[in-house]
Design a protein around this ligand. Sequence first.
Ligand code: SF4
Length: 258
Amino acid sequence: MPICANAKCKSVLSKSRLPGLQYTFNPYIGCGHGCLYCYVPDLFRGKFPIWPANVAVKEGALDKLRSELGRSKPGVVGISTSTDPYQPVEANLKIVRASLRIFKEEGFPISIQTKSPLVLRDLDILRGMDAEVGFTITSHRNEFGERFEPGAPAPTSRLRALEGVSGSGIRTWIFYGPIIPGFNDSEEDIRMIVEAAARTRSRVLYDRINLKPLVRLRLGAAIPKEGMREISLFDYGQLYRKIEEFCRERGVSCSPAF
Ligand code: SF4
């Protein structure tokens, strides 16, 4: 994955309207996980031609973060909400890791959502700070990941990482989404996710596929035309009731993500 090291940016900390977050901190643009269903490229369309082939690092991200935090009231910060914070480049660059130290020093609670066991590397910092870690777990079958999340760690490795983070005493949650009807909405998928949530005392947030134009285009390469039609007409009400029923049975707290 090529890296563009000098994406200019005015700021790295933004006010957030995402549920439960007062701020977002995004040091990267682009994501090496390259999920076919990712709708972030639609949001950045026309602004960053590098997406999704390359990943850019915002210039001076950590210095900017320090000075912006100094001018901000404490509040929960979502770490890298428009890319996966633990995408492959983070293994070498360690920008998210360095940012966690800063948030800890400055007393800002943080919230992470990832698909990668790389987050386990940073448990030494996350322990003892006000932090929660969410894992996106889309299916119990790794074939789902191979088909739709070609650059991301396998779903089963995310499950093991979830157990590791939870076992170290950090609050965890599961993002079950996007749900793509016919591919990861089986009873088996739902039960596996709810059981994992029960074992790790995680809450579950669930969400449907968001068929924005670029998502349609990329998914079209992996799903036949008729399948795409069925997905766009799917009624999620019954499925959501089933998720909630399974969660109730196992005493797991769950809700729609948005
Ligand atoms: S991990 Fe998240 S941000 Fe990265 S490509 Fe997949 S959906 Fe998009």
